[in-house]
Design a protein around this ligand. Structure first.
Ligand SMILES: NC(=O)c1ccc[n+]([C@@H]2O[C@H](COP(=O)([O-])OP(=O)(O)OC[C@H]3O[C@@H](n4cnc5c(N)ncnc54)[C@H](OP(=O)(O)O)[C@@H]3O)[C@@H](O)[C@H]2O)c1
Length: 263
């Protein structure tokens, strides 16, 4: 009688689990929480990249990697495309014939400058990190993404096959901009959204889908303590969203709770 009351154990559908996921800017904030949650909930291999290793800023991530064989930490400054091919080679050695199922372009900066004080350097630095980095990284990882899409060709489109997820923001939405200002950040993320759209058109034939995601206004160093959304809430929502991505999601812009954002 008692055994009838036991709830069936919920195991994730095997087809929804990617073999390997890579995320940039994973030493703190949303990136680090994605790593923690994926390690806790999923059996995939994780490649977590970080601008610089060996210091206080990467200690927590490196300690996690020392305990978890599924997690590899690699150094990657997303504003330095000259290094991308070396990182792709290292990832190739980890994922082998499986390829890379998900590239999460998460690393980002937010230099808060308005019309009066924005500089050429603010714009260039922000675009290098938030826009050019994700595009050129996707280019460098294309062979591994294509390999994953082909290796998992029996699976439906989605992160169990091959996805590029660009961490965007509502501040990159042109139609939602009613406050102006924030020139470097808004324009870099609006351009990232344009990149998402082009990638979605170019790559779907290869079995790779692409989308932009707004994580909410979140309590990280970037979001600040007044943000209404906790890191845990945002990341739990985003991971549910990632697992649900399908052919209808290609070229979309979604909030962490799955709702559709305006471009
Ligand atoms: N928090 C929010 O409310 C919010 C809202 C909308 C969108 N987002 C987006 O979500 C993403 C993550 O934000 P977050 O809130 O987690 O920010 P965060 O706490 O400030 O963390 C940013 C991460 O990006 C890394 N990073 C910055 N420049 C880099 C570079 N050149 N190379 C490699 N890594 C670099 C940082 O590394 P270091 O430690 O080396 O600096 C850090 O790991 C960003 O793309 C952001 O635009 C955040």
């Amino acid at each position: 009688m008692g055994s009838l009351l036991v709830k069936p154990h919920k195991t994730p559908t095997p087809t929804k689990i990617p073999y390997a996921v890579m995320i940039t800017g994973a030493n703190r904030g949303l990136g680090l929480q994605v790593v923690k949650d994926l390690l806790a909930s999923n059996s995939c291999h994780l490649i977590a990249t970080c601008r610089s290793l060996g210091g206080e800023g990467s200690r927590e991530l490196e300690e996690l990697a020392a305990k978890e064989s599924r997690l590899t930490v690699l150094e990657l400054d997303v504003s330095n495309p000259a290094t991308f091919s070396k990182v792709a080679e290292a990832v190739d050695g980890i994922v082998k014939e499986n390829g890379l199922n998900a590239l999460v372009n998460n690393a980002g900066i937010h230099i808060r400058k308005g019309l009066e004080d924005v500089t050429v350097d603010d714009m260039a630095q922000t675009f290098a990190t938030n826009t050019i980095g994700p595009l050129m990284l996707t280019q460098s990882f294309l062979p591994l993404l294509k390999r994953a899409a082909s290796h998992a060709s029996d699976k439906p489109l989605g992160w169990q096959r091959a996805v590029v997820i660009n961490m965007s923001t509502i501040l990159g939405s042109i139609s939602s901009n009613d406050k102006g200002g924030l020139y470097p950040y808004r324009s870099s993320k609006a351009a990232l959204n344009a990149i998402t759209k082009s990638l979605s058109v170019d790559l779907v034939k290869d079995g790779i889908i692409t989308c932009s995601v707004h994580p909410g206004w979140v309590q990280t160093d970037m979001g600040g303590s007044n943000a209404p959304v906790t890191i845990e809430e945002s990341v739990q929502g985003m991971l549910k969203l990632f697992a649900k991505l399908d052919h209808n999601s290609n070229g979309g812009f979604f909030q962490y709770d799955g709702s559709v954002m305006n471009w």
